[in-house]
Design a binder for this molecule. Structure first.
Ligand code: GLU
Length: 278
């Protein structure tokens, strides 16, 4: 008889404990199971498919820092992520016409883009640099060396990399493609002498080249990466909260180490989030 009473009491105590744990005003719908999607809604995400370390489409899905950040945000929102390839030039359009709900794609926050879209974050700060053939046969040491008809430089249309090149090296001989991997291929074929964009993108391409390419390592801009959403979207402030929590509990650092950390030995501190208007 005593036993029969004791067990329900224990169960009751346990139930009260569980209820108390679940009562701490948790605004996210993450149930801690990782990957379950309570609402089943889809979050359409535009990301790069050809940028090692940040976003590469593989038979096992999209891998890299941007892809993992996007998955984490979708999880926290209780949604299922559906990736779609975005290139530099179509990111604003994709957000404006609803092709995607969110762009996580090495996407620099700047005032010009803010006229068309909103940004959560920043969640990383890159800097524009230059990649050359191993051994640096043309002796390129910085942006000034690209300001010449004798050096063929490749970058991508619709990027800040191209805008910066045009303003800082107006006499550069510029070739453009829609993706950076095409620039890397062009350098492999001897059609260009240099590729310029964010250092972390170049780091991934150089790493993939098996020693064929190297970085000049003389960055000349700040590129704060934001998460693009449609103008006026409530998602911006929600994502900022999710990012802040990921900074505070070490999730962001873990994602960085698991992706970019394969090549970069130092994990930076995450940048301060711009919460203006939230
Ligand atoms: N972060 C720069 C930009 O948003 C260059 C990288 C890219 O094109 O994705 O334009």
């Amino acid at each position: 008889m005593k036993r029969m009473i004791r067990i329900p009491l224990l169960l009751l105590a346990f139930a009260m404990f569980v209820a108390a744990c679940g009562d701490d005003d948790d605004t996210s719908s993450d149930d801690g199971t990782g990957g379950e999607t309570p609402s089943g809604e889809t979050l359409k995400v535009g990301t790069k498919y050809d940028q090692p370390l940040f976003g590469v489409n593989t038979p096992d899905g999209v891998v890299g820092f941007d892809a993992e950040i996007a998955r984490f945000i979708a999880d926290e929102l209780g949604m299922e992520v559906a990736f779609q390839e975005a290139v530099s030039a179509n990111r604003e359009t994709f957000l404006e016409n609803g092709t995607v709900d969110m762009v996580v794609a090495t996407y620099t926050i700047n005032d010009e883009r803010k006229e068309q879209v909103d940004f959560a974050g920043p969640y990383y700060i890159a800097g524009q640099d230059i990649m050359v053939e191993a051994g640096n046969p043309k002796g390129i040491t910085g942006i000034d060396d690209l300001d010449s008809a004798d050096i063929k430089t490749c970058t991508v249309e619709g990027s800040t990399s191209l805008a910066n090149l045009n303003s800082m090296a107006p006499d550069a001989a510029v070739t453009t493609f829609d993706t950076y991997s095409k620039c890397a291929d062009a350098m492999g074929q001897g059609r260009v002498d240099a590729v310029t964009t964010d250092n972390v993108i170049l780091l991934g391409l150089a790493d993939e080249s098996d020693g064929a390419y190297e970085l000049v390592e003389n960055p000349f801009t700040d590129e704060p990466y934001g998460i693009g959403v449609a103008k006026g979207s409530e998602l911006r402030c929600q994502i900022n909260e999710i990012l802040q929590a990921a900074y505070d509990d070490g999730t962001w650092a873990q994602i960085y180490e698991d992706t970019v950390g394969a090549v970069a030995s130092v994990t930076p501190d995450p940048p301060a989030i711009d919460n203006e208007g939230c």
